[in-house]
Design a protein around this ligand. Structure first.
Ligand SMILES: CC(C)(COP(=O)(O)OP(=O)(O)OC[C@H]1O[C@@H](n2cnc3c(N)ncnc32)[C@H](O)[C@@H]1OP(=O)(O)O)[C@@H](O)C(=O)NCCC(=O)NCCS
Length: 230
């Protein structure tokens, strides 16, 4: 079985941990206006190094995160890592509210997390096909917000695993309904081969993993302590 490491943390990486980031990441960080966005970005980009360091047995400072957007060439988009200068494992990261999630594996993967109750207005019409919206509307009203969030994180995990993000219409990514076991049912070419797994261990958050390998139905997501990282 493919080894996959999943770590989450609150967005509390100390300011000094910025020393681990690349110049490009520090520029992106400095451009964020809101302190909470800076805290999230810093924590996520530190956490992915901590997770890769744990998976590969090096120090976090030996892990470089590289982002080069295939669309516009800017230093954002799908993250990749170098370990001591050589291509490292596959990674994915997600940040929302005050939590961050990072995943490491030897096959392509994507993770997404959202706080329960935190799905933005309009996501239903953006993410769900007309048929999916009708299925959701048939559920008891009290269930709908959490069901929508579960649906959304499953789909986002898939588009991140594929490296395309929301350049693909999420309505074309058909995952099982949230009250059914997680599964990718249908997607545009190249998106059909991911296993989708619901992640439950992050208090207050719904999360999902999509991974390019047959996976177990559950995977442990353990908390990382970023407070001592510098
Ligand atoms: C990736 C995306 C689905 C994530 O959205 P989100 O839920 O708001 O944010 P999350 O915190 O869960 O994930 C963000 C992380 O996903 C990663 N990511 C971004 N684009 C990605 C992609 N194409 N594939 C995989 N991962 C990606 C990044 O690491 C990003 O974190 P960072 O910005 O701090 O480096 C969405 O932002 C997206 O599709 N963006 C790209 C759209 C695009 O390509 N526009 C053209 C730009 S020129």
């Amino acid at each position: 079985m493919v080894q996959t490491l999943l770590r989450w943390s609150r967005a509390d990486a100390p300011d000094a941990s910025e020393a681990l980031l690349s110049d490009s990441e520090r520029s992106r960080l400095a451009a964020l206006a809101r302190p909470q966005d800076r805290a999230l970005f810093r924590a996520a980009h530190v956490l992915v190094r901590v997770a890769v360091a744990e998976a590969t047995g090096v120090a976090p400072s030996s892990v470089t995160l590289v982002q080069h957007c295939e669309h516009c060439g800017e230093a954002h988009g799908r993250p990749r890592v170098l370990v001591e200068g050589d291509p490292g494992p596959e990674v994915s990261l997600s940040h929302a509210a005050d939590a961050v999630l990072a995943a490491v594996s030897d096959v392509p993967l994507g993770v997404d997390l959202e706080p329960w109750g935190g799905v933005r207005a309009g996501v239903e019409r953006l993410a769900l096909s007309a048929g999916e919206q009708a299925l959701l509307a048939a559920r008891p009203a009290s269930e709908r917000p959490d069901a929508l969030l579960r649906w959304w994180v499953r789909k986002e995990a898939v588009v991140k695993a594929a490296g395309v993000g929301l350049r693909i219409d999420p309505q074309q990514v058909v995952v099982s309904a949230p009250w059914e076991p997680a599964q990718l049912l249908h997607g545009p070419a190249g998106l059909a081969d991911f296993t989708v797994i619901d992640l439950h261990a992050i208090p207050g958050y719904g999360a999902a993993l999509a991974i390019g390998a047959p996976g177990p139905p559950t995977l442990a997501v353990t908390m990382a302590d970023l407070s001592q990282i510098s």
